[in-house]
Ligand binder design. Structure first.
Ligand SMILES: CC(C)(COP(=O)(O)OP(=O)(O)OC[C@H]1O[C@@H](n2cnc3c(N)ncnc32)[C@H](O)[C@@H]1O)[C@@H](O)C(=O)NCCC(=O)NCCS
Ligand SMILES: Nc1ncnc2c1ncn2[C@@H]1O[C@H](COP(=O)(O)OP(=O)(O)OP(=O)(O)O)[C@@H](O)[C@H]1O
Length: 278
């Protein structure tokens, strides 16, 4: 088992939650739009997930079959157990459901890619081939998850769609953006979070804002943040605090963007491109 991959997965979870000020999301100073959790809940949840990331990494290292869809099926079983471990550690609060899915995929795929000298995004595409069709075949299902409801209403498959396409947004946009960014790690991660919010459609935001209509507004405020100089200016930071106030008023959040930030941090740590850069 590759120790550093597991360490990087846990570091990615913790780097994300300590980054502040984040609009709507939990950070050390503020619970954002999440009254049922705080930064300590996230620490408990992260530590409880170590075993899962060890299993995900081990699976990627040891899988010898030809069909990576089978590796993903096996990862998902472990993911379902990990969700139980998360709920047990958080008093039944959903801290890391999206991260169990996305970061679990990255941890497993990166381990497999290391052993087989393959491209991690290509490995993910092979693992998640047909995922949306596989998960979204029952329109009549009762008790649909938010992701399923959004898919059947708008045809957008959120976290599953990004996984099936091999996270092009990470490979082409958020990771290069983070790698080029400068400043403290906090500044670089804040800018990368807002960059992420300007390029993906986050189903937690769609759910909390009641549909797709507020997505153009979100893109506009992200642009405004960068026009003000982003995390390197006092105006940019003040704007994030104002965004947080608006997010809390409307109960908006960016849970999916946080997950994409987490996997972006994970890849940057794996590539050793996240040290302090002036
Ligand atoms: C696909 C997942 C994320 C959940 O699906 P669900 O239908 O509940 O989706 P929903 O859209 O509500 O999203 C869940 C979480 O994904 C994250 N997310 C939202 N949008 C995005 C996005 N565009 N990109 C990445 N992550 C996103 C958020 O954290 C959100 O809370 C996963 O939990 C899952 O497969 N659940 C089924 C049970 C399972 O197999 N669990 C084990 C997973 S390894
Ligand atoms: N720092 C963070 N703060 C808050 N949420 C985060 C953070 N990082 C990641 N997330 C993601 O946001 C999701 C939580 O969103 P949300 O609270 O809307 O879900 P829920 O608890 O299922 O729904 P609700 O609270 O509406 O009942 C988690 O799955 C988690 O992956």
């Amino acid at each position: 088992m590759s120790k550093s991959i597991v360490d990087h997965a846990l570091e990615a979870l913790l780097y994300e939650v300590v980054t502040e000020p984040k609009p709507g999301l939990v950070d050390p100073n503020n619970n954002g739009s999440h009254s049922d959790m705080d930064v300590y809940t996230f620490i408990n949840s992260s530590v409880a997930l170590r075993e899962y990331f060890e299993q995900a990494s081990q699976l990627g290292e040891s899988f010898t079959g030809n069909d990576l869809i089978e590796m993903f099926a096996s990862l998902r079983e472990k993911g379902i157990q990990a969700e139980k471990a998360m709920f047990a550690a958080t008093n039944n609060v959903n801290t890391h459901k999206g991260a169990i899915f996305s970061l679990g995929i990255f941890t497993c795929a990166q381990s497999y890619a290391g052993v087989h000298q393959q491209n991690v995004y290509e490995v993910i595409r092979q693992m998640c081939k047909g995922l949306v069709a596989h998960d979204m075949k029952d329109k009549e299902k009762t008790n649909k998850t938010i992701g399923e409801q959004i898919y059947f209403k708008y045809g957008y498959a959120g976290a599953r769609e990004l996984a099936e396409s091999g996270y092009p947004v990470v490979e082409k946009t958020t990771l290069p953006f983070l790698e080029k960014s400068t400043g403290t790690i906090n500044q670089r991660l804040l800018d990368t979070l807002i960059k992420t919010a300007s390029v993906i459609a986050d189903t937690t935001f769609i759910k909390r804002s009641g549909g797709m209509d507020q997505l153009p507004w979100l893109k506009k405020v992200c642009r405004q943040y960068f026009d003000l100089g982003g995390s390197k200016t006092a105006e940019g930071i003040e704007y994030l605090r104002e965004m947080n106030t608006i997010f809390v008023e409307h109960n908006y959040t960016l849970g999916g963007c946080a997950d994409i930030l987490i996997v972006t941090i994970f890849m940057a740590l794996e590539k050793d491109s996240l040290s302090f850069k002036n």
